[in-house]
Design a binder for this molecule. Structure first.
Ligand SMILES: [Ca+2]
Ligand SMILES: [Ca+2]
Length: 358
């Protein structure tokens, strides 16, 4: 059970970092996190990958590789299955291997049908991640995502997502000229990542490559809690994009931004101390149960409690300035004690399961 030991080790490291980080908290205390991105045992996470058409073999194989590897990483490491991932790819079919991953064509009809299907299965409190790969164009109302057939506008797509007002939503828009489209999808309680910061950034971004890499093997897990938050994935991708252009000796033609306070203004350097970043810090793409963990029902319950407490620590830390120093520390201490207890309990249950399982 090498995986389990690694998981425990990572978790222990994560707790240590968390305790250390609690001391360095700050924030301007503007937004309310409410119940956003609260992972419950009975909630389900869904992913919709939209990969639009392109021209040229190089672009085609690049988009395909991104779409397929994202699909496979979600299934392998993040507890998704073919029934919780929808992949809408180009015209809906590919030559050779891999086509079994594709659910429909990335055209208006395909998108409408997949969203309707999703609407028929989602429950309040579920989470939906929408990941866009391809080309975009235009600004504000004129912004478009390039699909098969007539393109879809930002306003049109935002309207189609209105039906999911009881679900948490993450949108990762990695297309060229993504900015206008991304901005029209901004909403309260939503985390929106855009690979470009203005509609003039029209070249194909490399951002998607590194965002997916952040999820792969949990490369982006900076605070070592064995989970990759959207904020961590964003920062991982952003810094790798910067390195990429530097190594090429080229001026960066893309600057990614993140908006999670619903004001349609994207921060280039989101942090928990900024306007944007706090929701992204508690937004995770992973399911409570993934294939590698093999946890018992009791362990899953404890893991859920752990994640819940950890989330509360992050939220409190982000809102430090709203509290009197003493009150802040009192609340933080209570949370950290609970978290330490829950961690010990969880470890005990998992270790019991491990020794009885061998
Ligand atoms: Ca992490
Ligand atoms: Ca914002």
């Amino acid at each position: 059970m090498k995986t389990m030991s690694l998981f425990l080790k990572n978790f222990a490291v994560g707790l240590g970092v968390l305790l250390a980080n609690a001391a360095s908290a700050q924030g301007d205390g503007d937004s309310s996190e409410n119940d956003f991105f609260l992972d419950r045992e009975d909630s389900t996470k869904y992913a919709v990958i939209l990969a639009g058409p392109t021209v040229g073999d190089e672009n085609k194989s690049q988009f395909r590789q991104w779409a397929f590897s994202l699909h496979d990483i979600l299934a392998r490491d993040y507890g998704y299955s073919s029934s919780t991932i929808s992949l809408l790819y180009d015209r809906g079919e590919v030559e050779g291997v891999g086509s079994q991953r594709i659910d429909a064509a990335c055209d208006l009809e395909g998108i409408q049908q997949e969203l309707a299907l999703l609407q028929s299965v989602v429950q309040p409190g579920d989470q939906i991640t929408i990941y866009l790969i391809g080309h975009g164009s235009g600004a504000e109302e004129e912004s478009k995502f390039n699909i098969v057939g007539p393109d879809i506008t930002g306003g049109q797509f935002a309207g189609m997502l209105d039906i999911f007002d009881q679900q948490d939503m993450i949108i990762v828009n990695t297309t060229s000229a993504s900015y206008g489209f991304s901005a029209s999808l901004s909403n309260e309680g939503r985390v929106v990542v855009s690979s470009t910061r203005s509609s003039s950034e029209k070249f194909d971004p490399i951002f998607s490559n590194y965002f997916i890499e952040a999820l792969d093997n949990r490369n982006g897990d900076r605070d070592k809690n064995n989970r990759v938050s959207i904020l961590e994935a964003f920062n991982y991708a952003k810094s790798n994009v910067e390195d990429y252009y530097e190594e090429q000796g080229r001026l960066a033609s893309e600057h990614a931004g993140l908006d999670d306070n619903g004001d349609a203004l994207f921060s280039l350097n989101p942090t928990v101390a900024e306007i944007d970043g706090r929701l992204a810090e508690i937004a995770y793409i992973d399911n409570l149960v993934d294939d590698t963990s093999g946890l018992s029902a009791e362990a899953i319950q404890l893991k859920s409690r752990l994640q819940d407490l950890e989330r509360s620590v992050f939220i409190l830390r982000g809102r430090k300035v709203e509290f009197l120093e003493q009150d802040y520390w009192q609340q933080m201490e209570e949370l950290l004690v609970d978290l330490a207890r829950a961690t010990a309990q969880f470890n005990e249950v998992v270790n019991q399961g491990e020794s009885s399982g061998q």
